[in-house]
Unconditional design. Structure first.
Length: 422
């Protein structure tokens, strides 16, 4: 496995996720401020526009990376990310905010291209370990991004976006000089792309039963995770009176556990147990943690929250890179960009569905006073409904993953054994 290119890919995804993490705490205050006066609905649409653009363009970038190479697509997408953040930072009207998020969403599909690059430079045996680097970058990005955004906002609410844009430009320079191309003239992806793969063939690829199962499990898992992330801070405020400062430390705790597993342990665990069984264990832990959340009270306190957070972190750290690896192994060498682009599109769709569903579930027609002393349009009943729905969605994914492991697990083991012997 090539170390240096993987390190560059890790840095690329890490910087990309720092930018995404900066947006989460800062954008609502920025858009709703006196300069723009955006409504809460418009803020929601700002977040949704990013995911919708990712949904549409991730397969496109994947196809382009198969045809023209990973390197030019990554460079172009990083420049797009930089442009999107700089537009946000210098925006003077609401439509410029939307333009910035749309441009960043279009170029945000570069995660699938980064995954395809990892697939190019790793064997099937080491694929999950390579994908774990992306998972680790996600975890670390969500640790540092919100913290950086909060700190920089003291110098101006738009400063975090300007910093993220500058960081993306610096990342572009690093990638230009340090990342070699993997799609050579004789690469199977080049041949496959030259045959004219289009949207019809993308849909046809989903008829691959192994890939369809993987994508279904992946979709359900991310919907459940998105429901949790969209409502967890509200739950903490209502039930325990925790503010953004406390939530930041808890999310940092979760991110550190996730990054540790995905960056250092996932390869060894895959070799010992295989991806299908890690998906099962991860899904079980995450489903259980979601089920337990409504029972957390001031009496159980911080210890219960940290236990739930740890179970969530371990569950996601086991299942997410394993599912990405299984998706990669479900396609031929010439289809990596498209397969992983479709995978990223499924993730983007799930991230749009999850928060939308959460907004409906958490709402209470009658306002209730929370632990913070404020009346909120939520209640103990709506909290239970929200997290138990997420737990049920994840449990459905768990059941499908058990069937998948029984039906197809041996096929992955045989193909890995053949590659290792070759």
């Amino acid at each position: 496995m090539k170390r240096s290119p993987l390190l560059v890919i890790f840095i690329t995804v890490f910087i990309d996720l720092i930018g995404f993490g900066i947006v989460i705490p800062v954008l609502p205050f920025y858009a709703e401020g006196t300069k723009f006066g955006a409504t809460p609905s418009q803020v929601g649409l700002l977040f949704a526009s990013y995911s919708v653009m990712q949904l549409v363009f991730a397969p496109v970038l994947g196809r382009l990376s198969d045809r023209y190479g990973r390197r030019p697509v990554l460079l172009a997408s990083l420049l797009g990310t930089a442009l999107g953040f700089l537009i946000l930072g210098f925006a003077t009207t609401v439509w410029m905010l939307f333009l910035g998020r749309i441009i960043d969403g279009i170029s945000g599909g570069n995660i699938s291209t980064a995954q395809a690059y990892i697939a190019d430079v790793t064997t099937k045996e080491n694929r999950a370990k390579g994908m774990g680097l992306i998972g680790a970058a996600f975890g670390l990005g969500f640790v540092f991004g919100p913290a950086i955004g909060g700190i920089l906002s003291r110098w101006g609410i738009n400063v975090p976006f300007l910093f993220a844009g500058s960081l993306a430009l610096a990342n572009t320079v690093l990638l230009y000089f340090a990342l070699p191309e993997t799609v050579t003239a004789d690469h199977p992806a080049r041949t496959s792309a030259a045959s004219g793969r289009g949207w019809g063939q993308l849909i046809a690829s989903l008829r691959n039963p192994r890939l369809s199962f993987v994508l279904t499990i992946y979709f359900l898992s991310i919907v459940a995770f998105s429901i949790m992330t969209a409502t967890f801070s509200l739950f903490m405020m209502f039930r325990l009176g925790y503010d953004a400062f406390h939530n930041g430390w808890i999310f940092a705790f979760v991110g550190i556990i996730s990054a540790t597993i995905q960056g250092g342990l996932i390869g060894k665990l895959v070799k010992r147990f295989g991806e299908p069984w890690l998906v099962i264990v991860g899904g079980l832990l995450f489903s259980a943690s979601l089920f337990v959340v409504p029972f957390v009270t001031p009496a159980t306190g911080l210890a219960a929250i940290l236990l739930v957070g740890a179970a969530t972190a371990v569950g996601q750290a086991l299942s997410a890179p394993s599912l990405s690896s299984l998706a990669s192994k479900s396609g031929d060498a010439g289809e990596q960009g498209v397969v992983l682009g479709v995978t990223q599109s499924v993730a983007s769709l799930a991230r749009a569905v999850g928060p939308t569903l959460a907004a409906v579930l958490i709402y209470s027609a009658i306002a209730h006073v929370g632990f913070d002393g404020q009346a909120q349009r939520m209640s103990d009943a709506s909290i239970l409904r929200t997290f138990w729905t997420a737990a049920g969605i994840q449990f459905l994914g768990l059941l499908i993953s058990i069937y998948f492991a029984r039906a197809y697990g041996n096929q992955y083991e045989r193909s890995q054994a053949v590659e290792a012997s070759g």
